[in-house]
Design a protein around this ligand. Sequence first.
Ligand SMILES: C[S@@+](CC[C@H](N)C(=O)[O-])C[C@H]1O[C@@H](n2cnc3c(N)ncnc32)[C@H](O)[C@@H]1O
Length: 267
Amino acid sequence: MKIVATTTQSRPEPDCLFRYFLKDSGFDYIPRKGRGLKTIQHDSQADAVVVWQDSGPVMYIGDNKFFFHPSMAKVRLSAYRKKGQLDPLIEAAGVNPGDSILDCTLGLGADSIVLAYFCKGPVVALESSPAIAYTVKWGMRLYKSPLLWLSEAIQRVNVLAADHLCHLASLPDDCYDLVYFDPMFRRPLLKSETLSPVRLLGDLQPLSEEAVREACRVAKKRVLIKERAGSPEFERLGCHRTVGSIHNSIHFGIIDIEHEKGGGTHE
Ligand SMILES: C[S@@+](CC[C@H](N)C(=O)[O-])C[C@H]1O[C@@H](n2cnc3c(N)ncnc32)[C@H](O)[C@@H]1O
Protein backbone atom coordinates (compact mmCIF):
# COMPACT_ATOMS: atom_id res chain seq x y z
CA MET A 1 0.00 0.00 0.00
CA LYS A 2 1.46 3.37 -1.00
CA ILE A 3 0.88 6.06 1.62
CA VAL A 4 1.89 9.69 1.20
CA ALA A 5 1.73 12.51 3.74
CA THR A 6 0.99 16.19 3.40
CA THR A 7 0.14 19.27 5.44
CA THR A 8 -3.16 21.07 5.96
CA GLN A 9 -4.04 23.89 3.55
CA SER A 10 -3.67 26.45 6.35
CA ARG A 11 -0.18 25.33 7.39
CA PRO A 12 1.66 24.44 4.19
CA GLU A 13 5.18 24.06 5.69
CA PRO A 14 6.05 20.84 7.61
CA ASP A 15 6.77 21.52 11.28
CA CYS A 16 9.32 19.73 13.41
CA LEU A 17 6.97 16.98 14.67
CA PHE A 18 5.73 16.26 11.16
CA ARG A 19 9.35 15.80 10.06
CA TYR A 20 9.87 13.26 12.86
CA PHE A 21 6.68 11.50 11.80
CA LEU A 22 7.92 11.32 8.19
CA LYS A 23 11.27 9.93 9.30
CA ASP A 24 9.65 7.40 11.62
CA SER A 25 6.98 6.18 9.18
CA GLY A 26 8.98 6.39 5.95
CA PHE A 27 5.86 7.81 4.22
CA ASP A 28 6.71 10.10 1.26
CA TYR A 29 6.13 13.79 1.83
CA ILE A 30 4.09 15.52 -0.87
CA PRO A 31 3.96 19.36 -0.68
CA ARG A 32 0.37 20.50 -0.51
CA LYS A 33 0.63 23.39 -3.03
CA GLY A 34 -3.02 24.28 -2.49
CA ARG A 35 -4.25 20.97 -3.91
CA GLY A 36 -7.21 18.91 -2.72
CA LEU A 37 -6.54 15.46 -1.25
CA LYS A 38 -8.10 13.57 -4.19
CA THR A 39 -5.71 15.42 -6.54
CA ILE A 40 -2.70 14.64 -4.35
CA GLN A 41 -3.72 10.98 -4.19
CA HIS A 42 -4.16 10.84 -7.95
CA ASP A 43 -0.96 12.76 -8.80
CA SER A 44 1.17 10.65 -6.47
CA GLN A 45 -0.60 7.37 -7.34
CA ALA A 46 -1.11 6.72 -3.64
CA ASP A 47 -3.65 4.45 -1.96
CA ALA A 48 -4.00 6.73 1.05
CA VAL A 49 -3.04 10.27 2.08
CA VAL A 50 -2.10 11.30 5.61
CA VAL A 51 -2.79 14.90 6.58
CA TRP A 52 -0.65 16.14 9.46
CA GLN A 53 -2.78 18.08 11.93
CA ASP A 54 -1.94 19.60 15.33
CA SER A 55 -3.89 16.78 16.98
CA GLY A 56 -1.99 14.09 15.04
CA PRO A 57 -2.12 12.32 11.69
CA VAL A 58 -5.44 11.80 9.88
CA MET A 59 -5.43 9.18 7.14
CA TYR A 60 -7.80 9.49 4.17
CA ILE A 61 -8.50 6.31 2.24
CA GLY A 62 -11.29 6.41 -0.33
CA ASP A 63 -14.24 7.97 1.49
CA ASN A 64 -12.95 6.82 4.89
CA LYS A 65 -11.02 8.79 7.45
CA PHE A 66 -8.82 7.10 10.05
CA PHE A 67 -7.25 8.68 13.15
CA PHE A 68 -6.54 7.76 16.75
CA HIS A 69 -9.24 8.36 19.33
CA PRO A 70 -9.49 6.59 22.69
CA SER A 71 -13.30 6.44 22.61
CA MET A 72 -13.78 2.76 23.51
CA ALA A 73 -10.97 2.73 26.07
CA LYS A 74 -12.48 5.81 27.70
CA VAL A 75 -15.95 4.20 27.88
CA ARG A 76 -14.54 0.98 29.37
CA LEU A 77 -12.31 2.69 31.91
CA SER A 78 -15.05 5.15 32.88
CA ALA A 79 -17.38 2.19 33.55
CA TYR A 80 -14.77 0.79 35.92
CA ARG A 81 -14.02 4.13 37.61
CA LYS A 82 -17.67 5.18 38.01
CA LYS A 83 -19.45 1.87 38.61
CA GLY A 84 -16.63 -0.52 39.56
CA GLN A 85 -17.51 -2.54 36.44
CA LEU A 86 -14.51 -4.78 35.78
CA ASP A 87 -13.51 -5.07 32.13
CA PRO A 88 -13.82 -8.63 30.68
CA LEU A 89 -10.31 -8.35 29.18
CA ILE A 90 -8.80 -7.49 32.56
CA GLU A 91 -10.66 -10.32 34.28
CA ALA A 92 -9.45 -12.81 31.66
CA ALA A 93 -5.90 -11.45 31.67
CA GLY A 94 -5.63 -11.48 35.47
CA VAL A 95 -3.52 -8.31 35.28
CA ASN A 96 -1.74 -7.12 38.44
CA PRO A 97 0.01 -3.78 38.90
CA GLY A 98 3.61 -4.14 37.77
CA ASP A 99 2.91 -6.89 35.18
CA SER A 100 4.84 -6.54 31.93
CA ILE A 101 2.57 -6.83 28.89
CA LEU A 102 3.06 -7.38 25.16
CA ASP A 103 -0.04 -6.66 23.05
CA CYS A 104 0.60 -8.34 19.67
CA THR A 105 -2.35 -6.71 17.84
CA LEU A 106 -2.60 -2.97 18.49
CA GLY A 107 -5.47 -2.01 16.10
CA LEU A 108 -7.02 1.20 17.45
CA GLY A 109 -5.22 0.67 20.75
CA ALA A 110 -8.25 0.40 23.05
CA ASP A 111 -7.17 -2.88 24.64
CA SER A 112 -3.57 -1.65 25.03
CA ILE A 113 -4.78 1.46 26.86
CA VAL A 114 -7.04 -0.55 29.18
CA LEU A 115 -4.17 -2.96 29.93
CA ALA A 116 -1.78 -0.03 30.56
CA TYR A 117 -4.27 1.51 32.99
CA PHE A 118 -4.47 -1.65 35.08
CA CYS A 119 -0.83 -2.78 34.98
CA LYS A 120 0.22 0.79 35.84
CA GLY A 121 3.33 0.40 33.66
CA PRO A 122 4.39 0.31 30.02
CA VAL A 123 2.61 -1.89 27.47
CA VAL A 124 4.46 -2.69 24.26
CA ALA A 125 1.98 -2.93 21.37
CA LEU A 126 2.80 -4.41 17.94
CA GLU A 127 1.04 -3.59 14.68
CA SER A 128 1.99 -5.02 11.28
CA SER A 129 -0.04 -2.58 9.18
CA PRO A 130 2.18 0.54 8.82
CA ALA A 131 -0.93 2.64 8.05
CA ILE A 132 -2.47 1.74 11.41
CA ALA A 133 0.77 1.58 13.40
CA TYR A 134 2.01 5.10 12.59
CA THR A 135 -1.42 6.76 12.66
CA VAL A 136 -2.19 5.32 16.10
CA LYS A 137 1.36 5.75 17.48
CA TRP A 138 1.53 9.47 16.63
CA GLY A 139 -2.13 10.05 17.41
CA MET A 140 -1.49 8.64 20.89
CA ARG A 141 1.61 10.75 21.31
CA LEU A 142 -0.22 13.98 20.50
CA TYR A 143 -3.54 13.14 22.16
CA LYS A 144 -4.51 15.62 24.86
CA SER A 145 -7.17 14.95 27.45
CA PRO A 146 -8.12 16.82 30.61
CA LEU A 147 -8.53 13.35 32.19
CA LEU A 148 -5.12 12.64 33.69
CA TRP A 149 -5.81 8.94 34.27
CA LEU A 150 -6.63 8.53 30.57
CA SER A 151 -3.65 10.52 29.25
CA GLU A 152 -1.29 8.62 31.53
CA ALA A 153 -2.57 5.24 30.34
CA ILE A 154 -2.30 6.31 26.68
CA GLN A 155 1.26 7.58 27.16
CA ARG A 156 2.29 4.21 28.63
CA VAL A 157 1.54 2.43 25.32
CA ASN A 158 4.71 2.00 23.25
CA VAL A 159 3.74 1.22 19.68
CA LEU A 160 6.11 -0.73 17.41
CA ALA A 161 5.35 -1.17 13.72
CA ALA A 162 6.21 -4.85 13.53
CA ASP A 163 4.84 -8.25 12.64
CA HIS A 164 4.25 -10.11 15.89
CA LEU A 165 5.81 -13.40 14.75
CA CYS A 166 9.08 -11.68 13.74
CA HIS A 167 9.13 -9.64 16.92
CA LEU A 168 8.33 -12.57 19.22
CA ALA A 169 11.03 -14.68 17.56
CA SER A 170 13.60 -11.96 18.41
CA LEU A 171 12.74 -11.97 22.15
CA PRO A 172 14.34 -14.05 24.94
CA ASP A 173 12.35 -16.64 26.94
CA ASP A 174 10.08 -15.49 29.80
CA CYS A 175 10.44 -11.76 29.23
CA TYR A 176 6.76 -10.64 29.55
CA ASP A 177 4.18 -11.66 32.14
CA LEU A 178 1.35 -11.54 29.61
CA VAL A 179 1.26 -11.85 25.81
CA TYR A 180 -2.05 -10.88 24.26
CA PHE A 181 -3.59 -11.43 20.78
CA ASP A 182 -6.79 -9.93 19.38
CA PRO A 183 -6.62 -11.06 15.74
CA MET A 184 -9.10 -9.86 13.17
CA PHE A 185 -12.14 -12.14 13.18
CA ARG A 186 -12.38 -14.17 9.99
CA ARG A 187 -15.91 -12.80 9.54
CA PRO A 188 -16.75 -9.40 11.06
CA LEU A 189 -19.12 -9.57 14.02
CA LEU A 190 -21.33 -6.78 12.71
CA LYS A 191 -22.14 -5.88 9.09
CA SER A 192 -21.06 -2.31 9.77
CA GLU A 193 -17.55 -3.53 10.64
CA THR A 194 -16.94 -4.71 7.05
CA LEU A 195 -16.05 -1.16 6.10
CA SER A 196 -14.32 -0.15 9.30
CA PRO A 197 -10.89 1.44 8.76
CA VAL A 198 -9.15 -1.32 10.72
CA ARG A 199 -10.63 -3.89 8.33
CA LEU A 200 -9.64 -1.80 5.31
CA LEU A 201 -6.11 -1.11 6.49
CA GLY A 202 -5.38 -4.02 8.83
CA ASP A 203 -3.59 -7.33 8.45
CA LEU A 204 -6.33 -9.94 7.94
CA GLN A 205 -4.12 -13.05 8.23
CA PRO A 206 -5.30 -15.59 10.79
CA LEU A 207 -3.23 -15.95 13.93
CA SER A 208 -0.61 -18.64 13.33
CA GLU A 209 0.11 -21.58 15.63
CA GLU A 210 3.79 -20.64 15.36
CA ALA A 211 3.10 -17.16 16.76
CA VAL A 212 1.23 -18.71 19.70
CA ARG A 213 4.14 -21.16 20.31
CA GLU A 214 6.56 -18.22 20.35
CA ALA A 215 4.24 -16.31 22.67
CA CYS A 216 4.24 -19.26 25.11
CA ARG A 217 8.05 -19.21 25.12
CA VAL A 218 8.15 -15.44 25.72
CA ALA A 219 5.38 -15.29 28.36
CA LYS A 220 6.01 -15.99 32.03
CA LYS A 221 2.42 -16.24 33.21
CA ARG A 222 -0.21 -16.25 30.49
CA VAL A 223 -1.02 -16.05 26.77
CA LEU A 224 -4.46 -14.65 26.08
CA ILE A 225 -6.43 -14.79 22.80
CA LYS A 226 -9.65 -12.90 22.04
CA GLU A 227 -12.09 -14.61 19.66
CA ARG A 228 -15.77 -15.11 18.95
CA ALA A 229 -17.52 -17.23 21.57
CA GLY A 230 -17.39 -20.88 20.50
CA SER A 231 -14.80 -20.27 17.79
CA PRO A 232 -12.83 -23.34 16.63
CA GLU A 233 -9.79 -21.05 16.70
CA PHE A 234 -9.48 -21.64 20.45
CA GLU A 235 -8.83 -25.34 19.97
CA ARG A 236 -6.61 -24.86 16.91
CA LEU A 237 -4.43 -22.43 18.87
CA GLY A 238 -4.15 -24.68 21.94
CA CYS A 239 -6.15 -22.76 24.55
CA HIS A 240 -6.73 -24.86 27.68
CA ARG A 241 -9.80 -22.99 28.69
CA THR A 242 -11.98 -20.14 27.57
CA VAL A 243 -13.74 -17.51 29.65
CA GLY A 244 -16.55 -15.13 28.84
CA SER A 245 -20.14 -14.41 29.72
CA ILE A 246 -22.99 -16.13 27.86
CA HIS A 247 -24.29 -12.60 27.25
CA ASN A 248 -21.13 -11.65 25.38
CA SER A 249 -20.30 -12.71 21.82
CA ILE A 250 -16.59 -12.32 22.53
CA HIS A 251 -14.65 -14.77 24.67
CA PHE A 252 -11.02 -15.19 25.71
CA GLY A 253 -8.84 -18.26 25.33
CA ILE A 254 -6.26 -18.73 28.07
CA ILE A 255 -2.95 -20.59 28.03
CA ASP A 256 -1.51 -20.64 31.54
CA ILE A 257 2.24 -20.75 31.18
CA GLU A 258 3.22 -21.83 34.69
CA HIS A 259 1.02 -24.87 34.08
CA GLU A 260 2.40 -25.33 30.52
CA LYS A 261 6.08 -25.15 31.56
CA GLY A 262 5.52 -27.41 34.56
CA GLY A 263 5.93 -24.63 37.15
CA GLY A 264 4.03 -25.10 40.39
CA THR A 265 3.46 -28.86 40.03
CA HIS A 266 5.18 -30.22 43.13
CA GLU A 267 4.42 -33.86 43.74
C1 LIG B 1 -8.98 -6.71 15.77
S1 LIG B 1 -7.67 -5.59 15.61
C2 LIG B 1 -7.13 -5.33 17.28
C3 LIG B 1 -8.00 -4.37 18.01
C4 LIG B 1 -7.38 -3.91 19.31
N1 LIG B 1 -7.30 -4.97 20.27
C5 LIG B 1 -8.12 -2.72 19.87
O1 LIG B 1 -8.45 -2.72 21.06
O2 LIG B 1 -8.32 -1.74 19.12
C6 LIG B 1 -6.35 -6.59 15.03
C7 LIG B 1 -5.11 -5.79 14.66
O3 LIG B 1 -3.99 -6.67 14.63
C8 LIG B 1 -3.19 -6.35 13.52
N2 LIG B 1 -2.43 -7.55 13.15
C9 LIG B 1 -2.86 -8.65 12.46
N3 LIG B 1 -1.86 -9.52 12.27
C10 LIG B 1 -0.75 -8.98 12.88
C11 LIG B 1 0.60 -9.40 13.01
N4 LIG B 1 1.03 -10.54 12.46
N5 LIG B 1 1.46 -8.62 13.69
C12 LIG B 1 1.04 -7.44 14.24
N6 LIG B 1 -0.23 -6.96 14.11
C13 LIG B 1 -1.11 -7.73 13.44
C14 LIG B 1 -4.20 -5.92 12.44
O4 LIG B 1 -3.59 -5.14 11.44
C15 LIG B 1 -5.22 -5.14 13.28
O5 LIG B 1 -4.87 -3.79 13.36
